[in-house]
Design a protein around this ligand. Structure first.
Ligand code: ADP
Length: 486
């Protein structure tokens, strides 16, 4: 397709195994804005996925001995190359994911920042000396790579969800096999091309894209392979549970970044304009398709109408729905038919139980099959499905509350605790509410929290493990203790 041509050498439709790009019969990659086929991506046979695992295991023997300084240089190169090619990478993300170009560019930079961050962390992973109770013994600890890892990622951040894991794994001295999401393999492969150019040794990073029909089998292969020592997954809570079950067979180390149901609380003493701006970006970024998006907006009774009015007006003036390649567009389509049907069904359920559509609430078939208006629903209650379901779409359910105790109870009424947000200008309330929210990450007076330095992860059924930060490196490292008798 003509729109792919400008992304040049970065268009790679083959799998990467042991340093070689290999072609297989493909599965279609679709542009969600037009539903046109953009490319056919090699559908890696299971036998080849097994070869990729073996290659990662073989490459680990050498790679684990590469000094951290040398690993850091590869990561730094990869970072630099991604920034050099940020425009082409962003275009690919927009083509296959649908998010607007400015968001895609933001994602490229965010994705690249993990290579930079972990190039810096790689050389600062310190061990300790510990005093022994036995006078003639000396003890020290040393971090060692866990081994080859399997990486399974979703389509909503096709670059960043991979780099957040991969950069940490490589910094720690691990090798990897990556299975990108079937919806968005082109940007993943473009990043792979740059990894080869950055100097990643053969077999250290392998990419095995597969179509939907083989996804489950690859998951099983990864989890049950004795050669892979860890599986790192970002995706839905349901799939996370399946993978955790499968991982029992090899007692695999696992990291799970799963679904969220983020509360976004606006207290009566909030700076309302700030909260409106925060809600706009936090709820509607990528049309609501991020796991840290606000999913339930709780607004104090005394400012409920003012907040609704201002948010509705902000959406009218600051947003434009359309195809992401159009630079004036701020919000793109949803990823596929299931996503838009789910949103539609959640809105129907809520209105049938008494919620009111304040803005939006319709498909925009004039723009394409997957466009849904940025929607505000008022008078939402816990009786409605949308209260308990991660909508992953551009619908903001707005719930009225009267007291701190009441809203804390409602906000924490979920089994998944990834992100949570609240707005107040009252200092002591800020401290206590931040402590009480059951979530892995809390934004106080801000709706955007993600960066490489942030320990990213959830509690409860949002999973476990942290990505980014110094903790991200520990996820790919084993602590070895050495006792020396004198
Ligand atoms: P999403 O709704 O974001 O697509 P999923 O959890 O279904 O969330 O998908 C996230 C990633 O997990 C994708 O790469 C997908 O291909 C993969 N996946 C889905 N089902 C399975 C499975 N049974 N085993 C392994 N991976 C899976």
């Amino acid at each position: 397709s003509s729109s792919l041509i400008s992304t040049g050498k970065l268009v790679e439709t083959r799998a990467l195994v042991n340093g070689k790009f290999i072609h297989f019969e493909g599965f279609p990659v679709v542009n969600p804005a037009t539903q046109g086929e953009i490319a056919f991506m090699s559908n890696t046979p299971l036998e080849t996925v097994k070869s990729a695992i073996s290659a990662a295991a073989e490459a680990f023997r050498d790679y684990r001995t590469v000094p951290a300084q040398a690993r850091a240089r590869i990561l730094e190169n990869w970072y630099r190359l991604m920034i050099e090619h940020e425009t082409d990478l962003a275009r690919l993300v927009t083509l296959e994911n649908g998010k607007p170009l400015a968001d895609s560019l933001g994602e490229v930079r965010y994705a690249a920042s993990f290579f930079k961050w972990f190039s810096e962390e790689a050389v600062r992973q310190y061990g300790e000396t510990i005093s022994s109770a036995t006078p003639s013994n000396r003890m020290y600890t040393q971090w060692q790579p866990v081994g080859p890892v399997g990486i399974i990622t979703p389509w909503n951040f096709p670059l960043a969800m991979i780099s957040r894991k991969l950069a940490a794994a490589l910094a720690a001295g691990c090798t990897a096999v990556v299975k990108p999401a079937a919806e968005t393999p082109l940007s993943a492969m473009a990043m792979a091309v740059l990894g080869v150019e950055a100097g990643v040794p053969d077999g250290v990073v392998n990419y095995t894209p597969v179509g939907h029909e083989k996804t489950k089998s690859v998951g099983e292969l990864f989890c049950e392979s004795p050669d892979l020592k860890k599986v790192s997954f970002t995706g839905s809570t349901n799939v996370g549970k399946i993978l955790m079950g499968q991982s029992a067979s090899t007692l695999k180390r696992i990291s799970m970044e799963l679904g969220g149901n983020a509360p976004f609380v606006v207290f009566e003493d909030a700076d309302i304009d700030k909260a409106v701006a925060g809600a706009l970006s936090c709820k509607f970024r990528s049309s609501g398709q991020t796991c840290v998006c606000a999913n339930r907006l709780f607004v104090h009774d005394s400012i409920y109408n003012e907040f609704l009015f201002k948010l509705s007006k902000a959406l009218d003036t600051n947003t434009r729905l359309g195809p992401g390649l159009d630079p004036t567009v701020t919000h793109g389509p949803l990823i596929h038919g299931r996503a838009i049907s789910k949103v539609e069904q959640l809105v129907e359920d809520a209105t049938s139980k008494g919620a009111t559509v304040v803005r939006g609430g319709q498909r925009r078939n004039d723009l394409g099959a997957l466009f849904y208006e940025l929607t505000l629903l008022s008078d939402v209650t816990p009786k409605m499905e949308i209260f308990h379901t991660e909508a992953f779409g551009p619908v903001a359910p707005i719930i009225r509350f009267k007291s701190v105790d009441e809203v804390m109870e409602l906000a924490n009424d979920t089994r998944v605790g990834l992100a949570a947000y609240f707005y107040t200008e009252n200092n002591s309330k800020a401290w206590t509410v931040a402590e009480k929210l059951q979530a892995g990450m809390v934004g106080v007076n801000t709706g955007l929290i993600s960066e490489a330095a942030l320990p990213f992860g959830g509690v409860g059924e949002s999973g476990f493990g942290r990505e980014g930060s110094k903790y991200g490196l520990a996820e790919y490292s084993d602590l070895k203790t050495v006792v020396v008798g004198l």
